[in-house]
Ligand binder design. Structure first.
Ligand code: BGC
Ligand code: NOJ
Length: 811
């Protein structure tokens, strides 16, 4: 069952009922000012950091769900309704929500009045615009009142929901003309305030939540709206809000528009105050002046659309499969941008106060984003590397506003260092910009101990080399990619005391997954060394890679698949020897995509075991059999009920690893089957089972052991977006950036047909046509570049050249 449909021409998902199984959201903003917006106008707004600079309040875990947003109420006689249906939930005569690329548009009608709201964050301003268009489609003249409503968050979202004894006394606002200023905390050291304004004279306002809503009422039935009259309240403490009242006479057939602007203003130190405590409004007025007319709004909206159009044009495919085209050309790349911006901080399932930017997460997010805006990827790599310690380990997370490592979480996730190599290698392959490798980057944000980025990468590699266990495999530390494999018996639950083994016993748990990563990214590191002319270091790295390869084959192979790990007692995890959790997905995917066991014939065996034991109709599960008991020696992985999350859920993030691994073996049918099973566009039809948004990936789909098998959770912020884009664009469709130029070596299912790709790479635009006359899954027999035959399948990069016409023939 569907709750809407894709509109490929406009690159929108059109939701046709507000009653979706879960809120289906979108993100507004590309740079520093962001809003989350649901299909019923719920959501919240922040500047840079969802924890430290939150503009509006949201109530997670609330009943009813998804409460608080930027609401507009329309009062038409006794009827009060909202264009997004919530919060009054008045039945609408028509409803539509179009989530587009960086904007959302709601169009609804009630009793002959049509309301359309277009919401977006313009490219170069820290504000969100909501343009309301009201049309009286009835035959009688109408007297309407429009009420806006946002509830301010007192900036630090964490403190805002804990520290009531203080916060109920700090709220301050100011109203001038049609602009409501939220200036809580401005009188201390702060240099920022927020505004909510409308481009017309108002007939009233409220800034006190209690005055607007009335005693014991919610946003579903504000007293002011019911009475048709705001109270012009001035908040002092308690909960400040911003509401405008606009009385609208709308003749039959007439249309009027209103532009609401919610903005963030930051004044430099020297213009903080006009006089003590009186905010300097100059910058606010300058911002508002830019969005006073429909023409201005249209221009800003057109600029946003043009921006996205050129971004998404950086990789486009034209194939016979419209779902592949739709995901590659629009939604998958869009989600890559959002995950790059948010890491795992703010979604409907990440509260914005818990996790900032993840080290491993952000490094992986880069992989699907670097082709879009390489300069921002560069900046991110430097930010991430700046949180590394001198021994090569790293803070697991950092806060986006301060860019400082989070010491509550600390370090100790032993896969982290290698992801820095992955991200940097992707950036250098994409851009050819080796200057990043010589840039001086601090350790732990301390410039007095800075070193060139290349040296950071060396320390990443050496961290693994210097931390091996009894089987010469990498020590896992607190966990590797799988946060829940806590094999040294650290408590997975923050705040609980944890137990470690005594020095003689460990912690010695080892990870075969990190070993696979080492083989993959050790080689990429060696290539960077070569690029920098350091053949000795490249040779050293390759020797270490070989040693790791051998260690995997010796102690990381279980007979039919790769072992997952060794626990602190040196017992195998993910082996036939185990009663539960005999096979895990991660080492199968990562070892094979790194090339381990391919020539020995083990890779094929491992992937066949995956198909046999882990596959389902909704994707590949993370492990089997599910843990039915809690294992202290394994930790959080066994804390979930079977089928959920890391305990045998279909963890979408590593499905692409297996799909990529299949392309390494040349099995295009199977690679594509794995791609298709978790791909949103292919499962749109079962939205009532899947439940999350059908245009983006979710972190997890419940596995076959779960009660709600097939149900997805944690949409939007997942490394799945980046890895799937890497998989489909670089491995299945096969356009992979190398240091020498673009390589084109597709691995597709039989019957996929011919296709073409346009790919921007460095200064060039590549028009690539792929022909497959013999209907093979993999193999390139010939290539021409601008009509001339070229050996192999790497298009030689020519500095400065702008157009390449490439024809690839598979066979
Ligand atoms: C979750 C993991 C998540 C981790 C983040 C765990 O509790 O189960 O999925 O990656 O927390 O720190
Ligand atoms: C989500 C985390 O963000 C990510 O870092 C981790 O790899 C996965 N969960 C798997 O545990």
């Amino acid at each position: 069952m569907k709750y809407g449909h894709f509109d490929d021409v406009h690159q929108e998902y059109v939701i046709t009922t507000p009653k979706t199984p879960l809120p289906w959201i979108n993100y507004l903003g590309c740079n520093e000012f962001f809003s989350l917006i649901s299909n019923t106008c719920g959501g919240y707004t922040f500047y840079k950091d969802a924890k430290l600079l939150r503009l509006t309040r949201y109530r997670y875990n609330n009943v009813p769900a998804d409460i608080n947003g930027k609401y507009l109420y329309i009062k038409d006689g006794d009827t009060v309704w909202n264009p997004g249906w919530q919060p009054t939930k008045t039945e609408l005569d028509s409803y539509e929500c179009r989530h587009g690329i960086g904007y959302s548009r709601f169009t609804s009608s009630k009793n002959g009045v049509k309301a359309s709201v277009l919401s977006f964050v313009p490219l170069n301003d820290n504000c969100e615009i909501s343009q309301l268009t009201l049309t009286n489609g009835s035959s009688e003249d109408k007297k309407l009142s429009v009420f806006s409503y946002v509830e301010w968050c007192l900036w630090n979202a964490d403190d805002d929901m804990k520290n009531f004894q203080r916060n109920l006394s700090t709220g301050e606002v100011e109203v001038q003309d049609s602009t409501i200023y939220h200036k809580t905390e401005y009188r201390e050291r702060r240099n920022h305030y927020a505004i909510y304004s409308v481009n017309t004279k108002i007939d009233g306002f409220d800034t006190s939540r209690d005055a607007f809503l009335g005693a014991y009422r919610g946003a579903d039935s504000p007293e002011a709206v019911e009475n048709g009259k705001c109270t012009n309240s001035m908040a002092s403490g308690w909960s400040p809000i911003a509401s405008h009242q606009i009385n609208v006479d709308l003749a039959a057939g007439e249309t009027k528009t209103f532009i609401f602007v919610l903005g963030y203003i930051e004044n430099p130190e020297d213009e903080k105050w006009e006089s003590y405590g009186v905010i300097n409004k100059t910058r606010a007025k300058e911002m508002l002046a830019k969005y006073q007319t429909d023409a201005q709004v249209e221009e800003a909206f057109a600029a946003l659309q043009a921006y996205w159009k050129q971004l998404l044009a950086r990789y486009t495919v034209d194939s016979a499969d419209e779902k592949v085209n739709r995901m590659v050309n629009t939604w998958n790349q869009y989600q890559c941008m959002v995950t790059f911006n948010m890491s795992r901080s703010a979604s409907y399932y990440e509260s914005g106060i818990g996790r900032g930017m993840g080290f491993r997460d952000s490094c992986q997010d880069l992989l699907g984003f670097v082709h879009l805006i390489p300069d921002r990827a560069r900046e991110r790599i430097i930010d991430i590397a700046s949180t590394q310690f001198q021994d090569g380990s790293a803070y697991h997370q950092y806060q986006p506003l301060t860019k400082k490592g989070n010491s509550d979480i600390g370090s100790g996730f032993n896969d982290d260092p290698l992801w820095l190599i992955a991200g940097t290698s992707a950036y250098v392959r994409e851009t050819g910009d080796t200057s990043i490798l010589t840039q001086m980057v601090p350790f732990d944000n301390d410039m007095s101990v800075a070193a060139p980025l290349m040296d950071h990468l060396k320390r990443s590699l050496d961290y693994i080399i210097n931390h091996k266990g009894p089987h010469n495999l990498p020590l896992i530390g607190r966990a590797d990619w799988n946060d829940c494999l806590n094999l040294n018996c650290f408590s997975a639950h923050p705040g609980e005391s944890f137990q470690t083994f005594g020095p003689s016993e460990g912690p010695v748990a080892e990870s075969v997954f990190i070993a696979g990563m080492f083989v993959k990214y050790g080689e990429e590191y060696a290539q960077l060394c070569e690029l920098m002319g350091d053949a000795d270091e490249a040779a050293r790295a390759r020797k270490e890679v070989q040693a790791m390869y051998d260690a995997i084959l010796k102690d990381g192979w279980d007979g039919d698949w790769f072992v997952r790990a060794y626990d602190a007692y040196s017992h195998k995890v993910g082996s036939k020897e185990c009663r539960e959790g005999q096979i895990y997905i991660e080492p199968q995917g990562f070892c094979v995509l790194a090339g381990v066991g391919v020539k020995e014939g083990l890779a094929e065996k491992a992937l066949n075991s995956v198909k046999e034991r882990l596959d389902t109709k909704y994707g590949v599960m993370i492990l089997q059999p599910a843990y039915t008991e809690y294992h202290l020696e394994l930790g959080e992985v066994s804390s979930y009920p079977p089928g959920y999350k890391e305990n045998a859920g279909i963890f979408c993030h590593n499905n692409p690893w297996v799909s990529i691994a299949e392309t390494v073996l040349g099995r295009g049918d199977r690679a594509f089957e794995i791609y298709r099973k978790t791909c949103p566009a292919y499962i749109e039809d079962i939205s009532e089972i899947h439940r999350t948004e059908p245009y983006v990936y979710s972190q997890m789909v419940a596995g076959k052991d779960a009660k709600f098998y097939g149900e997805a959770k944690n949409s939007w912020l997942t490394g799945t977006a980046a890895w799937t884009f890497v998989n489909i664009s670089q491995y299945i469709l096969g356009v992979y950036p190398t240091h020498q130029g673009l390589s084109v070596d597709p691995c597709i299912p039989k019957g996929f047909g011919d296709f073409s790709i346009t790919r921007k790479f460095r200064e060039g635009t590549y028009h690539i046509q792929v022909k497959n006359p013999q209907n093979v899954e993999k193999g390139v027999v010939s290539m021409t570049v601008d009509g001339k035959a070229v050996d192999g399948h790497i298009i030689p990069y020519e500095k400065g050249k702008e157009e390449y016409n490439v024809v690839i023939t598979m066979g």
